[in-house]
Write a protein that binds this ligand. Structure first.
Ligand SMILES: Nc1ncnc2c1ncn2[C@@H]1O[C@H](COP(=O)(O)OP(=O)(O)OP(=O)(O)O)[C@@H](O)[C@H]1O
Ligand SMILES: [Mg+2]
Length: 607
């Protein structure tokens, strides 16, 4: 985990270094194994040259080759036991295989370690970012940053950077051997290298735009599929299957045509660069043969030279691709940098239980500049009492709940709990004292029991059952085949809207917190159950300071105090009886909603 002192802005290179912690040694091992393998590759043409010049032909040996031949009993002995050469080649080949295995193994391990660290760091950092950041950024985009951008980076390090090192080493060693063999021929061969690299670079830079386009169009295609699948009910209900199929087919055809065009271009590139490499080889063979005939080079020299040339020319053509991919990795690093460099929310320490009245003092709030959502809102919720909030849609009720929980800071005025400014209470303390049941009841793809015990200090089955019974969802859960062990959400049983809401309520009740806020949490349950839950809350959660937000008047009318929000302002407040006497908005809502028999109306009137 990134600790706070480390939480400074990182550059792209700094971030790469940070992610590489823990996998550097693996990459070093991988590169070392690969270097040994590359070196061994360049030894084989030397053995072939020795065989042709010194074993088949009878040229004298000298220097290092002579010493090595001496160790094997001299050239004469080797000529008699020609299998020694085969053995040498086989031994080198075996050593190369081992190096290749080690290099691949360390590469994969390093890559997985890097990926794991990147995903963990990103995920845990995102968990600590403020809610406002999460809301400002598109979910799909955040997921893409954590998956395909992270993939791009690890791909770059484990494949491209690694290949770059390998090719550079191969190129250097081959050129050294080629220049040692014949300077003039080596100079001719080398003259082609910038042409080949330049050609592939120009090609890959140009084609990278096409690759990007393909990526984008793939994104469009998967969005169409995703929207169709998540909105499957709407598609079926409106009979839009044909329209959806046509839309998908059209995009799919376009996407395929882009790839076909791209593949044609790729084929053209490889053929034309094969042609350039062929011309280079032709020059080497013709001029090399002339040198051999004139006695400047031996046959073994020429064969070894051609081997080195063939060995390096293939990978050199890849250089353009790797260099053009550098920008791709840089873009991915920048995109991830925007996440990693976003300021984390200071969560602070949990000070334990807090108590006292909640006071809103002239509070105003705006999500976007100059678009006030709350204006001069003042009210007090004395400790242990219940506040009801009612108001039209968009009047600011959920915003009041979010401010109480410290999810946003008020842009004007002051909120205090027990006399302390909410800004001075750490989010850790607030979230461990205030239970907010969100308007959108969300269940995770886990068992019902786990969904309820999610944030509980004591998640025992007994406690889970108690919370479920307070939230009146126990009977529904027990009717499932696996009871509390029933998996719900996308992978399991689908809960009804009202069941989801009640699971969300149980999840908060189980925590036994001093403050609870129910944001329209009873909207999807019938009036009877609504009344039952409220009665349970009264007896089971005595002493809890409760805020109930609702559209249905009966849900709030028994509260100790009720505020009526209208367009971000408090239009009225008081008890049910007081508000009824005022003959204002509350009374109007009452008249509209209470299409009840007279005797019930009378009962409701007195709360
Ligand atoms: N994250 C946000 N960014 C910008 N504006 C927002 C955001 N959330 C809410 N709003 C705006 O703030 C206003 C109040 O929204 P709020 O969710 O508090 O209303 P509400 O009273 O809870 O409505 P409902 O009864 O429909 O739940 C609305 O006009 C809404 O468009
Ligand atoms: Mg709301």
């Amino acid at each position: 985990m990134r600790n706070k002192t480390e939480n400074k802005k990182l550059t792209n290179a700094g971030m790469l270094g940070y992610f590489l912690k823990g996998s550097v040694h693996l990459f070093v091992l991988c590169i070392t194994a690969s270097m040994i393998m590359t070196f061994l590759t360049t030894v084989i043409p030397q053995i072939i040259k020795f065989t042709i010049d010194n074993v088949i032909d009878d040229q004298p040996v000298s220097g290092l080759v002579g010493t090595i031949a001496g160790a094997f009993g001299g050239v004469e002995r080797i000529r008699d036991d020609i299998w020694l050469i085969a053995l040498a080649i086989m031994t080198i080949a075996a050593a190369m295989l081992i190096c290749r295995y080690c290099s691949l193994y360390f590469n994969r391990r390093a890559n997985e370690t890097l990926m794991r660290r990147m995903r963990n760091e990103l995920f845990s950092h995102i968990q600590r970012l403020p809610l406002s950041w999460q809301l400002e950024n598109n979910t799909g985009d955040i997921i893409q940053r954590c998956t395909s951008d992270a993939d791009n980076i690890s791909n770059f390090v484990s494949q491209q950077l690694f290949t770059l090192v390998r090719i550079t080493m191969l190129l250097t060693l081959s050129l050294v051997f080629m220049f040692l063999t014949d300077v003039k021929l080596a100079a001719i061969a080398t003259a082609f290298i910038p042409v080949i690299i330049g050609y592939s670079l120009v090609y890959f830079v140009r084609v990278s735009k096409r690759f990007k386009e393909c990526d984008e169009q793939e994104g469009v295609l998967s969005t169409i599929a995703q929207e169709n699948l998540t909105g499957v009910r709407v598609v079926r209900a409106f009979g839009k299957e044909r329209y959806e199929r046509d839309k998908f087919e059209k995009q799919n055809t376009y996407y395929t045509s882009l790839w076909v065009k791209l593949l044609k271009k790729m084929a053209l590139f490889w053929v034309s660069s094969d042609f350039i490499a062929g011309i280079q080889l032709l020059f080497i063979i013709v001029i090399g043969t002339v040198f051999c005939v004139n006695g400047g080079m031996t046959a073994g020299d020429l064969v070894a030279f051609i081997s080195y040339n063939t060995m390096m020319i293939g990978p050199v053509r890849e250089l353009g691709r790797i260099i053009s991919n550098l920008s791709k990795a840089n873009v991915a690093l920048t995109r991830i940098g925007q996440v990693m460099n976003a300021e984390e929310e200071v969560y602070g320490i949990n000070e334990g239980k807090i108590s006292g009245d909640i006071v809103f003092d002239n509070v105003s709030f705006e999500y976007l500049a100059d678009k006030p959502v709350l204006r001069g809102v003042s009210f007090t919720v004395p400790q242990g009492t219940t506040l009801g909030i009612i108001g039209g849609t968009g009047s600011g009720k959920s915003t009041v709940a979010a401010l109480m929980d410290g999810l946003y800071a008020p842009t004007g005025g002051k909120i205090t709990i027990g006399g302390r400014d909410i800004n001075d209470i750490s989010p850790a303390t607030l979230r461990n004292n205030i239970g907010l049941v969100l308007q959108e009841g969300y269940v995770y793809s886990r068992t019902v029991g786990e969904n309820i015990a999610l944030a509980a200090a004591d998640g025992s089955m007994e406690n889970v059952k108690r919370a479920a019974s307070v939230a009146c969802v126990d009977e529904a859960i027990e009717s499932f085949a696996n009871g509390y062990d029933t998996v719900v959400g996308e992978r399991g049983v689908t809960l009804s809207g009202g069941q989801k809401q009640r699971v969300a309520i149980a999840r908060t009740i189980i925590r036994d917190l001093p403050y609870m806020i129910f944001d329209d949490s009873l909207s999807a349950v019938d009036s009877d159950t609504d009344a039952k839950i409220r009665a349970h809350l009264k007896t089971e959660c005595e002493g809890t300071t409760t805020v109930i937000i609702a559209h249905r008047l009966t849900t709030v009318m028994h509260a100790d105090n009720i505020i009526v929000l209208d367009n971000g302002e408090i239009a009225e407040s008081g008890t049910h009886a007081e508000l009824m006497a005022k003959d204002g908005i509350y009374k109007r809502i009452y008249d509209l909603q209470m299409d009840l028999p007279d005797e019930l109306k009378e009962e409701a009137r007195h709360g």
